[in-house]
Design a protein around this ligand. Structure first.
Ligand SMILES: [Zn+2]
Ligand SMILES: [Zn+2]
Length: 356
């Protein structure tokens, strides 16, 4: 089978791999589509440690083609979405109800140190595949995993119904935050620096989401909660959020460091929260909510696996030097600083995969 492999920093490659074997309690999934995520991008940029030779990808949907002994919850032919946040259920964080922060993740992170889903097939423990409701297409289902992440972080914000929410960053995660909040009738502003992403967010999100250039976000009023999806928490956020407000940090980078005015944190009673990935219940909720949320509206490109380099270039992974670009010039992806990104969510699909 074909697989997109992390060879080294800046160097993905397509390899021929054997279809992985599976054992008791595992299922073999024929991958239909994998979303490209900020983590994949960070791995390739050398900002997130990953094992050389690992198959990339973790936001995947597909069909069960075979099941190992003892499997009860799925059968061949079932359309499923993969929950890639494996956990052991035995360590202290797991036993204390925080499986997303499992202490035994080494060797268990799909697309990081265990083979992922940018391939024709993937093997997954039965308990980490969920059947997709019939009304959820693969194109929509591919957004379930990032949606689960968003749900957990929005829950951590403990929002009130009358909150003004400011979401920093209009990438796929910021856009998903805005989509969920708008769906719940919240007053939400999405602030972004990149002109291309501003234009995309205006085009793809409901009109009730206010999309503004980062420097103009203050005009939207004082937010009660700030969700930072940029990974570069600006120090002035603690002064900009309402007294007693909440700041949730998402999208952090390996070397991310913020300088914060501690007096503002204390005297203004700000809650600064890191929530990380989701619990199994968030994932199940995401599968459920996908029936109602038009997630596929955020998918701007679907490319076959072989065109992985073009897909990654759209997300500014490949160096834009002479001979390496092309995607920008054809207008299909990240072009230059003036126009910015022209992609939101990009999916990779296999040759024989069903039309999405
Ligand atoms: Zn991801
Ligand atoms: Zn654990």
């Amino acid at each position: 089978m074909k697989a997109v492999v992390f060879e080294d920093v800046g160097l993905p490659g397509i390899h021929d791999r054997a279809v992985p074997s599976f054992g008791a309690g595992e299922v073999l999934v024929k991958v239909a589509a994998t979303g490209i995520c900020g983590t994949d991008r960070a791995i390739l940029l050398g900002e997130f440690p990953a094992r050389r030779g690992v198959v990339l990808g973790h936001e995947a949907v597909g069909a069960v083609t075979a099941v190992g002994a003892g499997t009860r919850s799925v059968v061949p032919g079932d359309r499923v979405v993969i929950n890639p946040t494996y956990h052991c259920d035995r360590c202290r964080p797991c036993r204390r109800g925080m499986p997303a922060h499992c202490g035994a993740k080494a060797g268990r992170e799909i697309g990081v140190d265990r083979d992922g889903t940018m391939a024709e097939f993937a093997v997954v423990p039965e308990r980490f595949v969920h059947r997709l409701p019939a009304s959820v297409s693969y194109r929509r289902g591919a957004l379930v995993e990032p949606l689960a992440c968003v749900l957990n972080n929005l829950a951590a914000a403990r929002l009130r119904w009358d909150d003004q929410v400011l979401v920093l960053g209009a990438g796929p995660i910021g856009a998903l935050c805005a989509l969920v909040l708008a769906g719940r009738g919240a007053r939400v502003t999405l602030a972004e620096r990149d002109q291309g992403r501003i234009a995309l967010a205006r085009l793809l999100l409901p009109g009730t989401v206010r999309v503004s250039a980062a420097e103009e976000a203050a005009g939207a009023g004082v937010p009660d909660a700030v969700i930072d999806t940029t990974g570069s928490l600006p120090g002035d956020v603690l002064g900009a959020v309402a007294r007693g407000g909440t700041v949730v940090v998402m999208g952090e980078k390996e070397a991310g460091v913020a300088t914060l005015p501690l007096r503002a944190l204390v005297t203004r009673g700000i809650r600064l929260v890191g929530a990380g990935p989701y619990r199994p219940a968030d994932f199940e909720l995401a599968v459920d909510l996908a029936q109602d949320l038009p997630l596929e509206g955020l998918v701007t490109h679907v490319l076959p696996l072989e065109r992985y380099a073009e897909a990654l270039a759209m997300l500014a992974v490949a160096p834009a030097g002479p001979g390496r670009s092309g995607a920008g010039r054809s207008g299909a992806g990240r072009s230059d600083a003036a126009t910015g990104y022209s992609a939101m969510k990009v999916l990779l699909t296999t040759d024989e995969g069903p039309a999405l």
